[in-house]
Design a protein around this ligand. Structure first.
Ligand code: NAP
Length: 245
């Protein structure tokens, strides 16, 4: 396994950064992509990997990224996130389009571009970070729910289309993970973001990286199709137990 190339998108923060660290520790030659290149370069220096700028919504950026990665065995499609918590009646459609552009089309764009290299590796693996939001709609979640349901459908199709090829396809669907996710969702409002995790012991980015590493390090004939992972304090998208102080 040592020396196989693993690409992690959205590795400048949260789950992606934790996954890059973990896959490097597992012996992969890790290539990290995201828009904030300064953060990526610091991470790459730390883990002995390579940093390449990437905007998954921009075809030219994806083409340049893939040109820099001629070999790839493992792709972790992690770049994504939510924008807002708007009810359908008040939907900001620009934000909804941005969520689809990143979480759905971005995943498909990067996967399509790297697929020839992944197949050619002879033992490829495509892991997509979905969400509990891909399984359970919740009020205010429609834009993000639809995006994560959409990418789950697309990756399920891919699993069927690649049957017979030496490529595994896995979806990891976390619940509440304390990262920059909620800060981004609420437009930089850190107080509102902090409320999401108040009184709760959420998952950490490392917990999710652990699940990704588990899937990737199974023997080649074993495909973890999907894994839903929630904090003990969360029983579904809408049910959260908050501890009283
Ligand atoms: P995060 O800390 O906000 O990280 C998101 C990452 O995505 C950043 O590295 C960001 O990098 C990257 N990204 C966003 N747009 C991008 C673009 N257009 N091109 C390339 N990279 C882009 O949040 P996170 O929690 O780690 O999120 C990672 C994934 O987990 C997302 O797909 C999210 O939907 C999913 N998820 C999160 C939770 C949660 O509760 N945290 C739960 C379920 C699923 P740049 O801004 O530098 O480009």
């Amino acid at each position: 396994m040592t020396g196989r190339v693993a690409v992690v998108t959205g590795a400048s923060s949260g789950i992606g950064a934790a996954t890059a660290r973990r896959l490097a520790a597992e012996g992969f030659d890790v290539v990290v992509g995201a828009r904030r290149i300064d953060r990526l370069e610091a991470l790459a220096a730390e883990i002995g990997g390579r940093a390449v700028g990437l905007d998954v919504t921009d075809q030219a950026s994806v083409d340049a990224f893939c040109a820099a990665v001629p070999e790839c065995a493992v792709l972790v499609n992690n770049a994504g996130g939510a924008l807002g918590l708007d009810p359908v009646a008040e939907a900001d459609l620009d934000r909804w389009e941005a969520m689809y552009a990143t979480n759905v089309l971005g995943v498909i764009r990067v996967t399509k571009a790297l697929l020839p290299a992944i197949v050619a590796s002879g033992d490829g693996h495509i892991v997509t970070v979905g969400s509990i939001a891909a399984h359970e709609p919740y009020p205010g979640g429609a834009g993000y729910n639809a995006a994560k349901f959409g990418v789950r459908a697309a990756m399920s199709v891919l699993r069927q289309e690649l049957l017979g090829q030496p490529v595994r396809v896995t979806e990891i669907d976390p619940g509440m993970v304390e990262t920059e996710f909620s800060i981004v969702r609420f437009g930089g409002d850190e107080a509102r973001a902090a409320k999401v995790y108040e009184g709760v012991t959420p998952l950490t980015a490392d917990d999710v990286a652990d699940c990704i590493a588990f899937a990737v390090t199974r023997p080649s004939h074993v495909n973890i199709d999907a894994m839903i992972v929630l904090a003990r304090d969360q029983a579904g998208a809408r049910h959260v137990h908050r501890h009283t102080p």
